[in-house]
Design a protein. Structure first.
Lengths: 464, 155
């Protein structure tokens, strides 16, 4: 499989989004003259998929959709093959066969095909005005069909569905959301958080119908006119967005020697079971830190990070990936919503957990932390982000946080003392030189002393 | 390649929690004296008597660059300073991943703001204004790893 010395290494990347860009950037940090070819079925310069909801809302204009500057590919010396599909991977001959008949030889291949939207078997999905909401072209199609005072329906109240609904409403549409499950954002929040978000949406003017499925999409002259629900009710609408969830896009590697589970399982160096074929991003099944097992964690930060690590490994610098973490951040009506890791242990059947909650539903605040074995496993922040970055860090390195359980949400001194100790060198420096006049003004004890902590833990010494 | 990058370090025992740094930062960047708009944040609790400083570490392989879905957080190749620009849409992905609390939120504009080490001025204003000398602008200690340029290796 190896290539001879002196030969230029040829990298091929399938897909052109976060993971691909991360890989290109990190390959070029190490290998300056290897050939990189990006194959993508979309014709656009790299853009950000989560941003299409903001484009739909009219917050972001067309010229600002690019994820990287216009000269990105020239600057990184990348050959682009846009608008082409890969029909087959010839793993033995190390070739990609493209649908225009050409072949592309590679030494290292990165599969970063991302997710694909599920299309439920509904009658009327071929009507004009009905579409999924995943790519820039989808968003552009919806915008082109838009007239003010349009009525729109979004099927599916997941993250994509709600962002799409919010975007449509910002543009001036009257939006309803139909969800099969009894609550919104069931993959992102727990029941209490979902109900809070649902009330936020309803206050904002989006009609939410939970526990309802769509029987049929009806239309006239090939155009969508309405929607019939399972209880016989009809909803009049001109735009229907189907957002019933995404699955890893593994079509390319189906029935090949590359193993497929839920996604493409990879090792800590992002290799699939074929050592020179790598996978990263929403298509890869990586080690999930809080669950300690394989999991597809499809989100933007993970995808770019995984692409970055995969690129280093592809170029020969084998850096171990510590693991991924399920995380989501979204802002609806200026209310931030963040969820991290195992946020709903009951639904996953994980017991022996310790849950801390701080809620003020009148002010749209709901915070939740999930502990197990004195380690943070997951969190939800709605309304008040608190110190969610530090919480994410504590989940990611799985440090023992038993003694500060109560003080994280309250943001008490104990949390800050813990964090200070954890990051002292980074924030305060090892040997900061001080002006003589300021030498040792020991005003009060601020150190983090484990012995006193355990005393306080046992309630032998009360807090003052 | 980055050599001799400088960073703002804080000395917590000298900090009195006056928030002059945060005010000066907001004045230098936004023209208003509002400590909530400072790129440096000071948490203070007079009852428990602590001050805690949150400031950007301009990390190597920064998680905020990974997280930014707009692509508006960028690292300057020469200086290593990480900045964000006005394309921000306020998705709070960067706020979610920053372990140092270096990403701040401008709630009025609904955008994320972060330290740029006052690269257009002579030096970080927070360091200049700190009356206790609790902030120091010095060469970073956790030296950035030099990228090695190797030929393609055999897997």
């Amino acid at each position: 499989m190896g290539i001879g010395s002196g030969t230029r290494c040829e990298y091929a990347i399938v897909g052109n989004s976060a993971a691909a860009i991360g890989a290109i950037e990190s390959i070029r940090k190490i290998d300056r003259d290897g050939g990189i070819t990006v194959v993508s079925n979309e014709r656009h310069h790299v853009y950000s998929r989560p941003l299409i909801a903001h484009y739909l809302a009219g917050e972001v204009q067309e010229e600002r959709m690019a994820y990287r500057p216009a000269d990105f590919y020239e600057r990184y010396n990348v050959e682009t093959r846009f608008g082409l599909n890969v029909t087959r991977i010839d793993a033995d001959g190390q070739n990609l066969i493209l649908d225009d008949g050409s072949t592309l030889h590679y030494h290292r291949l990165l599969i970063s095909t991302g997710s694909k939207a599920m299309r439920p078997p509904l009658k009327g999905t071929d009507l004009e005005g009905v579409g999924i909401f995943q790519t820039y072209d989808d968003a552009r199609q919806i915008v082109s069909r838009f007239a003010t005072d349009t009525k729109a329906v979004v099927i599916g109240a997941g993250l994509i569905g709600l962002r799409a609904a919010y975007g449509l409403q910002e543009r001036g549409a009257e939006v309803s959301v139909v969800e099969l499950l009894p609550r919104v954002l069931s993959r992102v929040l727990d029941a209490r958080g979902s109900h809070l978000v649902q009330s936020i949406l309803e206050k904002g003017g989006i009609r939410v119908l939970t526990g309802r499925s769509v029987a049929e999409i009806s239309g006239r002259n090939g155009e969508v006119r309405g929607l019939i629900l399972d209880n016989g009710a009809t909803l009049e609408c001109r735009i229907v967005i189907i957002a019933t969830g995404v699955v890893p896009n593994v079509d390319l590697v189906k029935d090949t020697i590359i193993k497929v589970n839920r996604g493409i399982p990879v090792n800590q160096f992002f290799q699939t079971n074929v050592s020179n074929i790598f996978a990263a991003g929403d298509v890869a099944e990586t080690f999930d830190i809080p669950r300690a097992g394989g999991m597809v964690n499809a989100n933007w930060p993970n995808a770019h990070e995984q692409g970055r690590y995969a690129g280093l490994c592809m170029a020969g610098k084998m850096v171990q990936y510590p693991g991924s973490l399920g995380m989501n951040a979204v802002s609806l009506y200026n209310i931030p919503i963040v969820s991290l890791g195992i946020f709903d242990p009951e639904s996953e059947g994980i017991n022996q957990v310790d849950v801390k909650i701080r809620a003020n539903l009148e002010q749209n605040i709901y915070q939740k932390l999930v502990f197990r074995d004195n380690r943070l496993k997951g969190a939800i922040f709605i309304g008040d982000l608190g110190y969610c970055g530090a919480v994410k860090d504590l989940i990611q390195d799985q440090s023992l946080v038993g003694i500060i359980k109560d003080s994280i949400l309250e943001e008490k001194y104990q949390l800050y003392a813990f964090l200070r100790k954890k990051r002292q060198e980074k924030v305060e420096g090892k040997d900061v030189e001080w002006p003589e006049t300021y030498s040792s003004p020991q005003r009060y004890q601020k150190s983090f002393n484990e012995e006193s902590w355990t005393e306080r833990e046992r309630d032998e010494r009360p807090w003052h | 390649m980055i050599t001799k990058q400088k960073l703002v370090y804080c000395r917590p025992t000298l900090c009195s929690g006056c928030r002059i740094c945060a005010n000066a930062c907001a004045v230098a960047h936004d023209g208003v004296a509002n400590p909530r708009l400072g790129r440096i944040a000071i948490h203070q609790n007079l009852l428990e008597r602590y001050e805690f400083q949150e400031l950007c570490r301009h990390c190597e392989d920064a998680p905020c660059i990974d997280a930014c879905m707009v692509g508006c957080i960028e690292e300057d190749e020469g200086t290593g300073i990480i900045t964000n620009d006005d394309r921000c849409v306020g998705c709070w992905m960067c706020v979610m991943v920053c372990p140092y609390g270096g990403m701040r939120r401008d709630l009025a504009k609904q955008v994320a703001i972060k330290c740029d080490q006052c690269k257009d001025l002579s030096g970080p204003v927070c360091v200049d204004v700190c009356p206790n000398g609790a902030l120091v602008y010095k060469e970073r200690e956790d030296a950035r790893v030099e990228p090695f340029f190797a030929g393609p290796t055999v897997a």
